[in-house]
Design a binder for this molecule. Sequence first.
Ligand code: NAP
Length: 498
Amino acid sequence: MACTYVPKAGIFEAAPDVRGVWHWNTYPGARVDCPVPVYAFDFEKVWSTWKWTQLYPGQKELQAYFRHVDQEMEISKDTLFNSRVNGAQFNRDTARWTVTTEDGKKVVAKYFIPAVGEQQHVPQWKGYETSKWDIHHTSCWRSGGVDVKEKRVAIIGTGATGVQITQEWAKESDETFVFQRTPNYALPIYQNKWQKETSDIFAFSATTVGGLAWQSTTKNYDDYSSQEELEKNLNEMYDKGGFHCWTGGIADLFMNPVGNRVVYDTWVNRGRQRAQDPVKAELLAPKEPPHPDYYEQFNRPNVHIVDTNAHPIVETRPQGIVTDDGTIYQVDAIAVATGFDASTGSVTKLDVRDVDGVDLSSRWKDGIQSFLGMTVPGFPNMLIPYSIQSPAPWTNGPVFLRLQVDWIRDMIAKLEKEGISYIDLYKEKAQAWRDELLAVTNMTLFPEAKSWYMGANIPDKRLELMYFPAPMPMYFERCAAARDGQFAESFFASRNAE
Ligand code: NAP
């Protein structure tokens, strides 16, 4: 039966518990790639009462951490669990959003914050829907796990998720087939024990380019006196592990094709030292760029790489994967690590409609329109965190998210203080943000890569860089300006009647 709530502030959550992505992602090997403590909240009552065991914690430890966060911050008490939103529309006359859920709940609210994460992507293989056996997308893994001992298994996809599962399944199963379309850049993380940090680390990470515990290099390719000097530095960064090689090499990595190639070649040399079989090494780390424990797994004779660039998958069926040359790979379990319809996929699936009743995907059919990635014209008082047209994917999530959420909180406080019933972004402002993003994009190498950043992993998705490749502090300076000095030129503000 339909029911209506008018809460002060409330959360709809599709899952039965808090923890977001770490609730759903229970696949083997799931682990964070940014080291703690900065992959964590900076609320003192949370961090001062918590001890990590590892620098890069796994999914179980992260689940325990989010339970702790919930206990300290009391999130559950304001949350309606098992409630999947299936519609949202703003009404100008009442200046309110009406948000509905699949099970008939309805909320009327002044502000609407879709913090919806990502929408899973499963390619349209024949037989996938009808196969009732051990085939699991990584974002909805079978509860209780998948037993692969003495079995033949397949992993489809070699993004961060596929790499993590491969490291586990290759060790446990009898035979492993890794279906690779595009080779990936994997770096060793060098797991370590966590050392207790000082509180300053959180404040410092908020000032860095990527929201990490260290500052990125400011040295461009041309600032190195020789290629040898750069290679030496890159090798040192590689040995430090994780994102150091990315953030500590050259500052113009995304802009300078020559420097980018030196970074790639250094990575190839290191990667190839780890995978001994030359045929497998060429597939994993090709000398010509497309784009760890990981590579060592391929030294096992029972771990195979299937090149789906040469022969795409056309069908999955009980006990097998069929490629377009008719080969049938007989397996007992499949991990579908094919990623996500990133950012736009989840928010458009909500069926959120603008003031004229037009849904978001129709509004974005000719390209994403937003300002700062957080506001969209025609969708008043909708504030989107951690999504499109911001530097989100190039930053450490919790730090970036905290700064965006602070901005949203301050914006709401401002509207309440100034008696504004709603704000609506001017269309010209969205167009200007888009134009600027496209101009910056064209100075980078992103358009040359087939990647999910460009939406290239989803058939028929419009190709555009979905994020703003700007350093985090620069982006937040723009956010502050939009909230303060440039507020009136950015937003139409409807004031409460006297
Ligand atoms: P992803 O990076 O999008 O990788 C998906 C993989 O599936 C790609 O290798 C893709 O190949 C392949 N694929 C897609 N469709 C295919 C098809 N029809 N046939 C064959 N292969 C296909 O997804 P993900 O690995 O789940 O990662 C998603 C995001 O989560 C990333 O940002 C990642 O960094 C993040 N993540 C983080 C962690 C962590 O913090 N430790 C862990 C996991 C994931 P193409 O490249 O050719 O499209």
